[in-house]
Design a protein around this ligand. Structure first.
Ligand code: ASP
Length: 443
């Protein structure tokens, strides 16, 4: 089986981290294709090389001397190379780069973070270096030309047998370096996994996978070992994120699972993300809980609304007119609510309410601010009757008022609206009653 292993910035931040990467790669002969991010932070006060290179671009743009900054960047690579005894000529290559930096495109400049990191990693792992500029090909519109990329990556894999590829960049058809969005090394890794038809895409980072709840709210939440792509999207959308979201599409489409693993604790199981999860009867009910504060709900009521064709559409057109994106639209028989991000309507809410009044002539309009949304996600929620009721009852018993309820159409999540002030309490109740308790039962 082919395993594509992508190591994030923190996994490549220092010589010490490089050693961990080598141990991981050597532990499994299937790990022959490695993708790296630029060296990241060594600790909280440190800087990511990518951020320093972006800063260098800003210096150049504003004609500020960037030599001290460039020396700092070079020193990071020098340090790794000398501590590991590598032969790669960092000083020479860096001077070549720095001496013509003003004539280089900003994207090229930033891409050197992964380029240097991958050069060092390739030598250290004793694997060939494969430049992403030669194999990761972008169309003019900025999307990846999958056909050409797949051919190039497959050819390289056959020719080289293994490689270390710098993530985050590629090249346009006319030879210009092009970057993915921030965190895009994850996307590069996913594309390599897809092109090589890998059995798994391993994403090595500095956490042991997805947690079932935010550790700032719940003490020591459990790690989610298995999650489906849909569940992960629900949780990520609500703020729980480990992986660059765009990275799931290339592998998901062809059924390659993603495994999130911790470079600093490689023996931990981590999280496996796949299309479906089997053996559902023995599984837990709730996979994870995530949420966000500060939503606004506009509640619109009008008798016999449900018979009036186009009523909801007309209301939504008004939000569109004000450029507001809509999160949820829970509906009743004679009423519906429109849930939006509070910040999106801060300056326009009076205009929106006014237009709704004039154009829809509703019986009442009610605006509720400071609402938090909590998404309780679990692939088994839909087919286990009574789940929603049990969750609402548990929250109610603890005196938290539920202001809104909605369920996604695939029935893998239940979304609750509570006052901002009740946000953390509600999450703790759900975690303790439905996640922690279940763990006890399962032991
Ligand atoms: N180095 C890039 C960034 O910091 C890409 C990555 O880390 O995946 O955004």
């Amino acid at each position: 089986m082919i395993k594509v292993a992508k190591f994030g910035g923190s996994s490549c931040a220092s010589a010490e981290q490089f050693k961990k990467v080598r141990d991981i790669v050597r532990a499994d002969p299937d790990r022959r294709y490695v993708v790296v991010s630029a060296a990241g932070k060594r600790d909280d006060d440190d800087n990511k090389i990518t951020d320093l290179l972006l800063l260098a671009n800003a210096h150049i743009e504003y004609h500020v001397d960037s030599s001290a900054l460039l020396s700092d960047i070079e020193a990071r690579f020098e340090e790794i190379a000398s501590e590991l005894g590598l032969k790669f000529p960092v000083a020479k290559k860096f001077d070549e780069f720095a001496s013509c930096i003003k004539s280089l495109s900003p994207e090229y400049v930033v891409s050197r973070g992964e380029w240097f990191t991958a050069q060092l990693m390739a030598e250290y792992l004793e694997m060939p270096f494969l430049d992403a500029a030669d194999v990761m090909i972008f169309h003019h519109d900025g999307t990846v030309d999958m056909e050409r990329t797949a051919t190039a990556i497959r050819d390289a894999a056959t020719r080289l047998g293994s490689f270390v590829l710098p993530g985050f960049y590629g090249t346009t058809v006319d030879g210009q370096i092009k970057l993915f969005q921030r965190g895009g090394g994850d996307i590069s890794g996913a594309i390599v996994a897809r092109c090589l038809d890998a059995g798994v895409y391993e994403n090595w980072t500095d956490v042991s996978g997805f947690l079932a709840a935010d550790p700032r709210i719940v003490d020591d939440p459990r790690t989610i070992h298995r999650i489906t792509f849909d569940e992960m999207r629900e949780l990520s959308y609500m703020g729980a994120s480990v992986l660059q979201e765009e990275a799931i599409f290339p592998v998901r489409e062809v059924g390659i699972p993603i495994q999130i693993k911790n470079t600093n604790a490689p023996d931990k199981r981590g999280t496996t993300i796949r299309e479906t999860a089997e053996e559902r009867t023995r599984e837990h009910l709730i996979t994870g809980i995530a949420g966000k504060r500060d939503f606004t709900v506009v509640h619109i009521q009008r008798a016999h609304m449900s018979n009036e064709i186009g009523f909801v559409r007309r209301a939504l057109t008004i939000f569109e007119r004000y450029g507001v994106s809509i999160e949820h639209i829970p509906t009743g028989v004679d009423s519906f609510s429109v849930v939006v991000h509070g910040a999106d309507v801060r300056d326009t809410i009076y205009g929106i309410v006014n237009d709704l009044r004039q154009e829809l002539k509703p019986d009442s309009i009610n605006v509720v601010d400071d609402l938090a949304l909590i998404s309780v996600v679990g692939r088994n929620i839909g087919w286990r009757p009574g789940t929603a009721g049990r969750i609402f009852a548990a929250i109610g018993e603890e005196g938290v008022n539920i202001r809104m309820i909605t369920q996604d159409s695939q029935e893998i999540s239940i979304i609750l609206g509570v006052a901002n002030d009740d946000f953390e309490k509600a999450i703790r109740i759900i975690y303790e009653r439905f996640v922690a308790d279940e763990m006890v039962e399962m032991r």
